[in-house]
Design a protein around this ligand. Structure first.
Ligand code: NAD
Ligand code: IPM
Ligand code: MN
Length: 321
């Protein structure tokens, strides 16, 4: 029996996560699901977006299904999702981008880099320290190398070592680990890589990069598959794992039943794979493909199905197989 923490969060997280949860419940009625409330809405109600208690609850789960949280750009507000990633030490952020003729896995370092949290405002100057460590780079590139080996593929190291000393360390650690492992690899500057990924997606397999570059690259790469509504992700550490769409809380469309739940459903599929149920994961994926090929789509893909109606169609496919 597995225990799944369900964090809907804010905005469209509250619409797409119920769809993903229903899919998991249909495949695993024996799982226990328990809600954990965090986010901006929680902050508005209680003055605290995420307390230690919620972090402790998340740690009791076998896996976390996460929607999205709103992070207002206020000086003193700490992003809840970043706090959770750090508290659970979810250092590997896996962001697959899979379409016709290409299958890319972006492996984003998730705990350091420009997201070190070491920053300050001082009058008219604000600084953020970009921290890259040997240990942090080693563990992320080793995760990427394991994926390359499983997929029998190759590795691309994305960096900006021409400008950033911190990325000289990142590139050198990645290169040396890749050589040691005997895998095929190359490295590219992140700006040129971003364009080339869009122009030649079939040339890529696993791409490893630092925190913010991976953040931007994964939104950009979702263009290849139809946008953010379709892009899932996994945040994996040595002890815990959290699965969430790449997208955010999308306040512009929240509460309208128009958000695309595919990214959340695919994240649920990644959760099942992580828990060892690859068959369940494939059933979600296959059901999604069938529904999309029937022309049932949400508005972002040119269709007219609502979030719930799309979810119903996927559920019917899962149950009717
Ligand atoms: P966003 O990803 O929420 O939205 C970007 C654009 O994509 C919007 O136009 C939105 O409508 C569209 N979009 C996103 N998901 C969609 C879906 N499932 N279906 C259809 N359209 C979709 O990014 P943003 O607008 O830059 O950020 C909004 C808020 O979300 C901010 O507070 C940000 O900090 C937060 N955010 C949170 C997470 C997270 O919790 N993991 C991730 C990214 C952004
Ligand atoms: C993401 C988001 C987060 C990030 C924000 C909301 C902190 O953009 O999950 O991609 O930058 O990691
Ligand atoms: Mn992002």
């Amino acid at each position: 029996m597995k225990r799944i923490a369900v964090v809907e969060g804010d905005g469209i997280g509250r619409e797409v996560i119920p769809v993903a949860r229903r899919a998991l419940e249909a495949l695993h009625p024996e799982y226990e699901f328990f809600p954990v409330e965090v986010g901006y809405g929680k902050w508005e109600q209680t003055g605290c977006p995420c307390a230690d208690r919620e972090i402790d609850e998340l740690k009791t789960a076998d896996a976390v299904l996460f929607g999205a949280v709103t992070t207002p750009p206020m000086k003193d507000y700490q992003s809840v999702v970043l706090r959770i990633r750090k508290a659970l030490d979810l250092y590997a952020n896996l962001r697959p981008v899979k379409g016709n003729g290409f299958d890319i896995m972006i492996v984003r370092e998730n705990t350091e880099g420009l997201y070190s949290g070491i920053e300050e405002f001082f009058h008219d100057r604000a600084t953020t320290l970009r921290v890259v460590t040997r240990a942090g780079s080693e563990r992320i590139v080793r995760s990427a190398i394991r994926l390359v080996q499983e997929r029998k593929g190759h590795l691309t190291i994305g960096h900006k070592a021409n400008v950033l000393k911190s990325d000289v360390l990142f590139r050198d650690v990645c290169t040396s680990e890749a050589k040691k492992a005997g895998i095929v690899f190359n490295d590219r500057f992140i700006d040129a890589l971003a364009l080339d990924l869009l122009q030649h997606p079939a040339a890529y397999d696993v791409v490893v990069t630092t925190n913010i570059f991976g953040d931007i690259l994964s939104d950009v790469a979702s263009y290849l598959v139809g946008g953010l509504g379709l892009a899932p992700s996994a945040n994996i550490g040595d002890r815990y794992a959290l699965f969430e769409p790449v997208h955010g809380s999308a306040p512009d469309i929240a509460g309208k039943n128009i958000a695309n739940p595919v990214a959340a459903l695919r994240s649920a599929a990644m959760l099942l794979s992580y828990l060892g149920d690859r068959n369940g994961a494939s059933r979600i994926e296959a059901s999604l493909e069938r529904v999309l090929s029937q022309g049932i789509r949400t508005r972002d893909l040119g269709g007219s199905a609502g979030t719930r109606e799309f979810g119903d169609a996927v559920l019917r496919e899962i149950c009717g197989e």
